[in-house]
Design a protein around this ligand. Structure first.
Ligand code: 7PM
Length: 283
């Protein structure tokens, strides 16, 4: 087993991600609604049904997140985060044919969810928390490294760049080097420009336009723009009216070579990806 296959097939725990084409990652939020009186079991069932619907719609990855990255959101303890995420990871692994990505910066959550069947660690903090590099290395799983300056709470204060794409590339290269130092090889890394994280509208648009420059780092790109404020700001749309703008960005990202699109609207995005693939596979 050499070259061509190992360049396109990324082992993700008990499953394999074929990087020859673009994948849709469905977002599954398991942050509890404090006013919900549904209780634990019905919340778990609702999350599982949502995950199942996204898989039926064509998602090949499900991103499970238990710690809100929203500015001003209450900090969640590692135990609380694990109690939210672990049951759903276990159920998805048992009942659905999909790669489970865990959106976490917490070392104990990385270790425990890997044991329960997670296939990918998605860390918006790029393994910068104490112990995160070692925990991720110990799981042996692939890692998505995302660009962000500061913490979710303060990142939008006053973001400044000379050349946003160049600086994002330099940041991701530095994080790849830190990963290599603890035994996470480049072959196990996915890179993410971090749209909406410590960036103004102009930064986000410029970074999106020049995204191809990040291919120089030699790793597959994940793009997350679904329902984000860059769409709202560019089109003057509230969060409930950002689907078409998001699909335009999904199509552009796919054409620019992004390999994973992280989205809320899976069925619609899968049609975008399949339509592009149909044209690209023509004579
Ligand atoms: C509040 C603020 C709520 C931000 C939700 C968000 C990404 C991610 C998120 C991304 C990767 C959202 C974000 N965004 N992981 N997690 N890439 N890899 O809008 O762009 O979904 S959370």
């Amino acid at each position: 087993m050499t070259s061509v296959q190992s360049l396109t097939r990324l082992p993700c725990g008990n499953r394999v991600l074929d990087l020859a084409h673009t994948h849709v990652m469905g977002i599954l939020n398991v942050t509890p609604d404090s006013f919900s009186d549904g209780g634990r079991y019905s919340q778990l069932d609702a999350a599982l049904r949502h995950a199942e619907a996204m898989v039926l719609a064509g998602a090949t990855l499900i991103d499970v997140g238990g710690e809100s990255t929203r500015p001003g959101a209450r900090a969640v303890s590692p135990l609380e985060e694990l109690e939210r995420v672990a049951p759903i990871v276990e159920r998805i692994n048992r009942e659905l044919d999909v790669i489970i990505s865990v959106d976490t910066s917490t070392p104990s959550v990385m270790r425990e969810t890997a044991r329960l069947g997670a296939g990918l660690i998605n860390d918006v903090r790029s393994l910068r928390r104490d112990g995160a590099l070692d925990a991720a290395a110990a799981t042996g799983l692939p890692v998505c490294l995302m660009h962000m300056l500061g913490e979710p709470g303060d990142m939008q204060a006053n973001p400044q760049y000379q050349d946003v794409t160049k600086e994002v590339g330099e940041f991701l290269a530095e994080r790849m080097a830190q990963c290599a130092a603890v035994g996470i090889p480049a072959e196990r890394i996915i890179l993410d420009p971090g749209f909406g994280f410590a960036k103004t509208l102009q930064h986000n648009l410029s970074l999106f336009k020049h995204m191809e420059a990040l291919h120089a780092l030699g790793r597959p790109l994940l793009v997350g723009v679904s329902r984000k404020s860059m769409i709202g700001q560019a089109l003057s749309r509230p969060v409930g009216e950002r689907l078409f703008g998001g699909l335009a960005l999904a199509a552009l990202a796919s054409v620019k070579g992004a390999r994973i699109l992280r989205v809320h609207d899976v069925a619609e995005t899968v049609d975008v990806v399949r339509m592009i693939a149909a044209v690209e596979s023509a004579e």
